[in-house]
Each structure stands twice: as C-alpha cells, then as structure tokens.
Write a protein that binds this ligand. Structure first.
Ligand SMILES: *Cc1c(COP(=O)(O)O)cnc(C)c1O
Length: 436
C-alpha cells in the first residue's frame, strides 16, 4: 500500500516512510491510497471473533502485506492486551470504554501500536540510526506515547507541553519515566507546542540530522489501530444479539483523529449510520459543519482539557475521506457544549444510571442524547477513565473518586524536566544539541 499526502496527491510513499517522517513535505498528512471494504463474510463473522483477532484481520487488510503477517499478529496482540468493554447504560445506548490501558486514555491504543511498529522497523534494519520522535501534548498524548514508546530500541522521544497548563498528575506520567523519554516544558500554550513540532518537521537540516518524526495523530501509525475498536463495538453488539445493522457513534473531538479513524472504518465497510462529533467551546469543526468554513482560533480553557484544540490537526483527513463539505454533513452531525453542560451531564448520568463519566466521555454522551432518534442504536466513546481527571471530577460530583494505582505510582516518582521558551530558534538549538 502507498500513502499519499493531503497537500499533494501525486506525492506517495510506502508505510515505513510515512511513519518515520510523520508529516509530508509542505505539511500534508499521509493517507492510504486505496481504502477497500472488507469482505461481507468478515463482517458477518465478527460476533465470533476476539478483540485481537478483529484487530489483526483489520490491520492485515489495511496494511496489505506491508508488515510481515506473524510480526503484525504480535504487534496487534500486544497492543490490544486490555479489555474494551461495551456497556449498556440505557436501552439501545451504549458506552465503549476505551480507557483500560496503561495511561487510562484511548490514546494508549494508537500509541502502543506505533511503538511496536517502530520496534519492528528497527529490528529489520541493520545500522539503524536513532530516530527522534517529537510530540506536542495538552496532557494525554504525552502520557500515552511515552508509555507506548518507552524502551523501544533506536527511538528517542521528546514530549513538548505547555508550562502550568497540564495537571501535575499528567506531567508525572511522562516526566518521571527517564530512559528514552525527555520532558520539555514550553513557556507558552499547547498551540505553541504544536507549532514548534510542525516547524521542526519541516526543517530540512533538523530532519536529516535527527531523523525526526512525530507521534501525534499526524502519524498514520496512530490512526490505523483506532479503526479496530469501531469494528469491535459492532462485534459486541452482534454478539449481544442486538438487532442493529447500523450504529450511530458519538466521539469527543479535539484534533479529529478519533473521528478520522471512525470514518476510515466506515469506508472499510463497517455499517455506521452516522457519526456525532462533539466539541467543547473550542468548536472549530462544529463551525465548519454549520458554515462550510474552517477557521482555526486560539484555544480556550475548559474542564475537558484534552478537547482544548484551536486548530484541529486531522481536518484535512476528514475532507479527504468524505470528499466534500456536503458529504461531511451527511456522515457527521456536530455539537458543542460548555462547561456547565458537561458538569450537568456527569451529575445526571450518575444519578439516573449510576455511571461515572469523566468530562470528555460525558460530552460525547451529551451529543449522543441530543442526536439519537427513536429506534436507533448509539455507541458513545468513553476516552478517559474518571480517575484520570480526578480533581475535576471530584469538584463536579462532590464525592471522592479513587486514584487509579498506576497514576498513584507515577505521582510520587521523581521527575526530570527541561524548560525552553516558545521561539523556534531556542527549540532548534536544543534539538541540535541532542544529536550525537
Ligand atoms: C485526545 C483526547 C480526545 C480527542 O481526540 P482527538 O482524536 O484529538 O479528536 C478526547 N478525549 C480524551 C480523553 C483525549 O485524551
């Protein structure tokens, strides 16, 4: 399979190149050149298959032999080593819990897959020189990617994050690891961190000297594995005997990576009726759906901080998948809610259904409730464990939320942090000082 750039469709590269470079020249995003539907028989058999079996079948089909079959089987099986349960909260309304991985966030799935894929590339290359992976984070990405890439041979990871804008617990998850992971605190905001990474990836000298790539959802290696759980949700509905050939999926959106993966799964043949994309006050995609204009803005702070993105990275992939604004509007309904809506939803669902959402998962549920029609089956994606955003959840719920054990361990571990200003020159100098 070859991957084309969203900014120049005539520029195509093999999988390994797309993963090891992250961004295409000129800032384009890589996309698979052909997306063919999986065989009908596969979809009919889904109910009898396990999560790793489904993941392997989907990956094998998507990658078209680019990763050797036995190796791919191991990569997928190790990636999907935790459960992804589908919980029925109300009749016909389900929550897909994507947060049972090591950092309690759905990003673990893409990050673990990418780490294992990099190890596979490394092991096949004699004389591999270290690659430097850069990642900008508003909290969750840094933790998931650091966990997924920790100790991968031939890989060094630098996590850029905005000073004083992520929680103490989030910083602990990547700044306490050491080994091949460096925490780089930037005197600026999340959008500054994203800009620094993008500039570095387009800097010829830096990319040559340091073999730079990124592990945000810019990287196609993060997006492909996110199709697995859409298929698995469908499989679980079938296994439960639900009479539902068509599902409405609701997704809490920031950089639109999760939504892009869902649209990809739909184009691979998954029977999805439509998607619901739900934002907080950073409603760039919602405005695009309404007006047809894509207008990035500075992000504003919210109680669902992983959704505070003012310039959604994967927007070009959404339009590449749907083809037009009109088609996007058919495939995706968009909503946005503010902090008080999020808090109210968390309290209401807890009172009515005895189910505790974190703020990000709550916003998706709110969108599903607003959009789902009579007789439709809805699946709302729960992207983080409530314990991961414990202080916010405790404030809203006025009750104690237990701290997950893995988070408690990293909280007390010593951290090592380097601080830089938000100018590109300082970052560039820092990176060059890291080259051997
Ligand atoms: C990253 C994240 C999101 C947003 O996902 P995108 O792929 O960026 O749209 C939603 N919820 C949580 C908890 C996240 O960490």
């Amino acid at each position: 399979m070859r991957y084309y750039s969203t900014s120049d469709a005539s520029h195509t590269v093999p999988l390994e190149h797309a993963v090891l470079h992250g961004l295409a020249p000129g800032g384009g995003l890589y996309m698979p050149q052909t997306i063919a539907p999986l065989p009908e028989a596969f979809l009919r058999n889904l109910a009898a298959m396990s999560l790793p079996e489904i993941g392997y079948a989907v990956a094998n089909y998507a990658l078209q032999g680019d990763v050797e079959a036995n190796a791919l089987h191991d990569i997928v099986t190790e990636t999907l080593s935790f459960p992804i349960p589908l919980v029925e909260i109300a009749p016909g309304r389900y929550v897909l819990e994507l947060f049972h991985g090591p950092t309690m966030c759905f990003k673990d799935i893409g990050a673990r897959f990418m780490g294992r894929l990099l190890r596979y590339f490394h092991d096949r290359h004699y004389g591999w020189s270290d690659i430097h992976v850069l990642v900008a984070t508003s909290g969750d990405t840094g933790a998931a990617v650091a966990s997924g890439l920790l100790d991968v041979p031939g890989v060094r990871l630098t996590v850029l994050y905005p000073q004083e804008q992520i929680s103490y617990a989030q910083e602990a998850q990547f700044a306490s690891l050491g080994r091949n992971v460096t925490a780089l605190e930037v005197k600026g905001n999340y959008d500054d961190c994203k800009r620094l990474v993008a500039e570095a990836l387009l800097d010829g000298e830096l990319t040559r000297e340091l073999h730079l790539t990124t592990a945000t959802t810019v990287n196609i290696a993060r997006l492909l594995p996110q199709t697995f759980y859409y298929f698995y949700a469908y499989a679980q509905l079938l296994a439960a005997g639900a009479d539902t050939p068509q599902i409405v999926f609701s997704v809490p959106s920031a950089n639109l990576g999760n939504l892009a993966s869902g649209l990809l799964a739909q184009r691979m043949g998954l029977p999805v009726k439509r998607f619901v994309s739900v934002e907080n006050r950073n409603n760039i995609f919602y405005n695009y759906i309404r007006t047809g204009r894509f207008t990035p803005r500075d992000s504003v702070y919210s109680i669902a901080p992983a959704l505070d993105a003012g310039n959604p990275t994967n927007f070009p992939r959404i339009t590449a998948l749907t083809g037009s604004h009109e088609q996007t509007c058919r495939d995706v309904h968009a909503y946005c809610f503010d902090d008080s809506d999020i808090a109210q939803t968390m309290r209401q669902v807890y009172a009515r259904h005895d189910y505790q959402f974190d703020p990000h998962s709550a916003i998706a549920w709110r969108g599903l409730e607003a959009d789902l029609g009579d007789g439709e089956t809805g699946v709302s994606l729960a992207t983080a464990h409530p314990g991961k955003f414990r202080t916010i959840v405790e404030d809203i719920m006025n009750r104690e939320i237990p701290l997950p054990a893995s988070l408690a361990r990293s909280l007390s571990a010593p951290r090592r942090v380097t601080t830089i200003t938000n100018g590109f020159n300082a970052f560039r100098r820092y990176l060059l000082s890291q080259a051997q």
